[in-house]
Design a protein around this ligand. Sequence first.
Ligand code: HEM
Length: 376
Amino acid sequence: MPDDLSATGRDLRAYTDELRPKHPVIRNVAGEWVLLRHADVVAAALDHERFSSRVSRYLQVPNGFDGEEHTRYREVIERHLGHDALEPFIPVFESVAAQLMAELPRGSVLDAVSDIGAVFAVRAQCEWLGWPAELEPRLLEWMAENHAATRSGDHAWMVNVAEQFDKIILSVILPRRATEGNAPDDVTTRLCHEVVDGRLLTETELVSILRNWTGGDLGSIELCVGVLVAHVAQQPELAERLRTASDNEVEAVIDEVLRLDDPFVSNRRITTCPVQIGGQDIPSGARVKLNWTSANRDEAVFDNNRFDPERNAAANLVYGIGKHVCPGRLLATWELRIALQALLASVQTIKLAPDQQPEREVAPVGGYHRVPVIFL
Ligand code: HEM
């Protein structure tokens, strides 16, 4: 049984493609059981009793909770991520995207991940949350260091980076808590006034929620943009089709591109009793990883991975499944569509830089580290 799925320096997507046909479940060097097939990942994600989300010793709101407790916090979060709450931000995201695309140089090499994905993600999130634009350089620096720390696997570095992020979040929360009544009317202030179990969310809970919305998701949007730009740069006919496609069609194509190359690799669970999955006996208290990237490429489910947005939509796991399914899906979908449409509207030709290959990210991160492109 292969035992190394966490080694750095390896393209995890290619590696799990190799493993999946023979090994539905593998054990990695950290002793975690990694589920690689679609049916097993779905079964574990839907079995909230036997596969608990209480995996971290740190507070994770709402993703580290199970059962009723999870539902109570999840309701608070969903209030800010539904259609009506997000709709007013569509023109805001459109303007952020159009301005960024206009600023980007033509004719020289750019990195779609750091120059487009990261900058768009940070600007869009700052606008959405009501955070000051001056935080942009600090957040961009933080994202780069967060990626580096995650890639290194150095636990102390990761903890330090997480603490730095908490300081950024506290710098926006504390003034809003202190100036009751005078605080700006924005999403962060509204979140600061949310009540759970008859009391205000604590500062620690707020930090955890906002860490989840920004720390994790800025990185996801950044990586998704990298995957999408790499894809359209290599498929000019798809780029042409998307220029005149409806919003729904563009969103469906984005979901399918991300299914084939899902940069949000995995989430963890812990077993609450002995289980059998993928023909494997797993003891109680074992750490399990739901590998979305691999499950999304399961040949048995996706017709040998033929590109087919309509056919493959129902089984697509980019945003997960079950009680913990991504509540930020609509926000992510709109942001990604708006960024891609703005790019296609402002750039005639998008091509990979000659003699420079896109560089893959390495485990535990997916997608690309760098996508060198030229816009004409
Ligand atoms: C392209 C970007 C994104 C991808 C691919 C993505 C993917 C996912 C996936 C697969 C899960 C399931 C986790 C699990 O089952 O343990 C998840 C959960 C979550 N996502 Fe996203 N996400 C994205 C963007 C966002 C955004 C923009 C937000 C909010 C601003 C967000 C907030 C969350 C939260 C709070 C959870 C935990 C939900 C729970 O435990 O109930 N995500 N996401």
